[in-house]
Design a protein around this ligand. Sequence first.
Ligand code: GDP
Ligand code: IMO
Ligand code: MG
Length: 427
Amino acid sequence: MPALVLLGAQWGDEGKGKATDLLGGSVDYVVRYQGGNNAGHTVVVGDQKYALHLLPSGILSPGCTPVIGNGVVVDPSVLFSELSGLNERGVDTSKLLISGNAHIITPYNVTVDKVTERFLGKRKIGTTGRGIGPTYADKINRVGIRVQDLYDESILTQKVEAALDVKNQMLTKFYNRRAIAVDQVVEELLGYADKLAPYVADTVLVLNQALEQDKVVLFEGGQGTLLDIDHGTYPFVTSSNPTAGGACTGAGVGPTKISRVIGILKAYTTRVGAGPFPTELFDEDGEALRRIGGERGVTTGRDRRCGWFDAVIARYATRVNGLTDFFLTKLDVLTGWEQIPVCVAYEIDGKRVEELPYSQTDFHHAKPVYEMLPGWSEDITGAKSFSDLPKNAQAYVKALEEMSGAPISAIGVGPGRDETIEINSFL
Ligand code: GDP
Ligand code: IMO
Ligand code: MG
C-alpha cells in the first residue's frame, strides 16, 4: 500500500518539483491533488530545466503516469500550451490522466481574480492572477464548470449562464467592466473538448485500483502548508488544501491508504505575495539569500521575500500534516555565512511563544527569537552522503531536525536530480 504525499512545509517554492522528479523514476503514478497553474515547479535534469505549472512533475519520468486529480483546477489553455512545450522538447505526455470531476478555470474566473485584486489596492492578497480563488469559489458556490461538462453542450451553456448571471452584474455595475458573453465562453470551452477527451478518466477508480495492485502512488502538493485555506495564514493564503488531508479529498483516496507524508522544507524561508512572515529580512542577508538562492517566482517572476529558517513553522507543518519525514532543500545556499540565525520561538507582546499562535493578530505581532548556529564555508554541492558535509553543516541539519519534529531523510545541495543526499529511503 505504498502511497506517499509530498507537500510544501512552508509558504511554497520549497523545491517540491525537484523532490517529486527525484522519486518519479521509482513510482507508478504522480498525482496533483489541489491548486492549479498558480504553482511553479522547477525540475533540472542534466542541462535541461523545466518549469511545470499544472502538470505533475512525474511527467518527466517515462515509466510514470501523471494524474490531475479531482481537487485540481484546470485552465485548458495553460494545459495545452504546457503539453505542447514539453512535446517540442521530446517529452512523451500521452499517459496523462485528468479527472472528469476537476473544475475548469474559465476566462471569466481569471478576469474576476484580476479585478478583485486591483480593487483591494493595498489590502490585496498578491495572488498569481490565474483565476484560482474565483474558480474554487464557484466550486463551493455550486456554480463551477467541470471537465465532464464539456461533453454536454446544453448543460455547459446552462452552467455558464448561471455562473455569469451574477458575475456580469458585478463586472458591469461594480467594477465598471464589460459584460462577458455566454456564447463566447461556451464556444471557447467546447473548442477544448475533443483535444481533452483522450486524457479524461475516472481517476479515483484508477488510483484505488493501482493501490490495490500494490503500485506506488505519489501525491504532489502545490503551494505549501502556510498557504492552506484552513491551516495557513488566512486570508493571505491560496484557495485550496495543500496539507496532507487535501491529498485524500483531492484524489479520492482514503487516509488509511497513505503510508508516508514527506514535508519539503527549505533550509531558510521564502514567501511570495502579501501576508505575515516573522523571519523576513530587509537587509543585505535577505538580498544575499535571494541572489544565491535564485529566489524569483517561476510563475509570476516576482522576487520572493526571504528570511531565516523558522522552526515554529516547521513544527506546525509536522503537526497539521502528520509528517513522517522532511526533505531539506537548498542547504548549499547557506554556505558562506559565519553564523546562521534560526528562529526557535516567537516573542508576542513581551511573552515567549513556542508554537504557532492560532490568532492571526498574534501572528502579525510575532517577533522571531533567534538561536545562532555556526556556519561553514566549504562548497557542499558535491556532497553525496551526510558524512561528506562539514561538521557545522551536519550540526545545522541535526538542529533543524530536532526542532522540527520529524527525521530529515534527504538533503538538497543543488538544483540537479543527483545533487541530493539520501539518508533514509522514501520507498
Ligand atoms: P516548488 O514550487 O516547491 O517546486 O519550488 P520552485 O521550483 O518554485 O523553487 C525551488 C527552486 O530551487 C528551483 O529553482 C529549484 O531548481 C531550486 N532547488 C531545488 N532544490 C535545490 C537545492 O537543494 N539547492 C539549490 N541550490 N537549488 C534547489
Ligand atoms: P508552488 O507550488 C508560492 C501564493 C501567491 C499569493 C497566494 C494566493 O510553486 O509552491 P493564488 O493565485 O493561489 O490565489 O495566490 O498564494 N502562491 C504561491 N506562493 N508558491 C506557489 O506555488 C504559490 N501559489 C500561490 O503568491 O500570495
Ligand atoms: Mg514554485
